[in-house]
Design a protein around this ligand. Structure first.
Ligand code: MRU
Length: 340
């Protein structure tokens, strides 16, 4: 199975997603600053993978220190630097917190490095296991021969292996329940056109790309059995932040009576936030809209607004598939039970 991140010989190796699908470039990162840059530039991306990468970044912050060096300051600096890399995916902060707890409780300098590496590997392994569990549970929601719509890239590339919404698609395909996927190209970074298409082609899963604005026509004209999306942060009431364009897709799904499923590990739920209004939404450089991948679409002097995520209100979400079961409305109660 595709794994876009690995630890090898004191370095984090990542498959650079800004180079896909044109080239498969592996980068060897030897400092936490390089990991933070990779997250900011979206060389690694997708909520679970951002968390995994940040955890390995913290390992790097102490890995190359001499035996006499005090790890406290480098670790703190990395913790702060990595926490500023991207604001929306809560997996980043969850992973940093777990690593911080290991650092805090580990008094033995000799074995600190190994303890941190073990925790980063555990976070990585748990995310992949969660994906497999969600895949099995989510696929059961689909009718035989299902036609589904998805947005962004929620596959192995986004999660460290298998995928969330794309994991359900993968599992449904393996179970013989899927006939076709419609993938939104996902402006402006084109995660659907570049990355989801790349993954689906590798798997031999039949798919068709559509521009984001074709979703309404598709849902009004074709039989679609479900919309499957990932999440970057889910508030306690079920409001869900995900890639920009997810909210209009949910509105369209409701309009056409199509079930709208969010597929996300519990590491993406933030029970500290009451509702979606409290989720920090990243706004990225306008150049991503004006000059995507170096091709200028807008005239010099044009300005753009570039929010990377939107919030889908809980009332538009049919169910949330987690590794610990399928959550149904009212989410206040089903999410509350998970964290009580
Ligand atoms: O900006 P990105 O590419 O990191 O956004 C990714 C998404 O919005 C995904 O849908 C989300 O992280 C869930 S992926 C498992």
């Amino acid at each position: 199975m595709l794994n876009p991140i690995r630890w090898r010989d004191g370095a984090v190796e990542i498959l650079d997603q800004t180079e896909l699908p044109w080239r498969e470039v592996w980068r060897h990162l030897r400092g936490w600053e390089e990991v933070a840059e990779a997250i900011r530039a979206m060389r690694v991306r997708g909520a679970p993978l951002i968390g995994i990468a940040a955890a390995y970044g913290l390992v790097l912050s102490v890995w190359h220190l001499g035996a006499e060096a005090d790890p406290e300051a480098p670790f703190r600096e990395a913790l702060e630097g990595l926490s500023r890399a991207r604001p929306t995916a809560v997996n980043l902060f969850r992973a940093l917190e777990r690593m911080r707890a290991v650092f805090r409780d580990h008094l033995d300098r000799e074995t600190l490095r190994d303890a941190l590496l073990a925790e980063a590997r555990r976070i990585h392994r748990e995310e992949v296991e969660a994906c497999r569990a969600m895949g099995r549970l989510g696929a059961e929601l689909l009718p035989p021969g299902a036609v589904v719509v998805t947005i962004c890239n929620t596959g192995a590339l986004a999660t460290g292996g298998y995928g969330t919404a794309l994991g359900v698609i993968r599992a449904a395909w393996e179970m013989g329940r899927l006939s076709r996927v419609y993938a939104l190209e996902t402006r402006p970074r084109l995660q659907g056109a570049r990355l989801t298409a790349w993954e689906l082609l590798r798997e031999g899963i039949p798919f068709c790309l559509i521009v984001d604005s074709a979703a309404g026509s598709l849902l009004s004209r074709e039989r679609v059995d479900a919309v499957l999306v990932g999440a970057d942060r889910i508030a306690r009431n079920g409001d869900t932040a995900n890639k920009i364009g997810t909210y209009p897709l949910a509105v369209l799904a409701a309009r056409h009576g199509v079930p709208f499923y969010v597929v996300a590990p519990t590491s993406t739920i933030d029970p500290a936030l009451r509702s979606g209004g409290e989720i920090p939404i990243e706004e990225r450089d306008e150049e991503e809209v004006l000059v995507p991948y170096g091709a200028r679409f807008a005239p010099e002097g044009a300005r753009a607004w570039n929010p990377a995520f939107d919030v889908t209100p809980a009332e538009l979400i049919t169910a949330i598939v987690t590794e610990r079961g399928i959550l149904r409305p009212p989410y206040e109660r089903s999410i509350g039970r998970l964290f009580s």
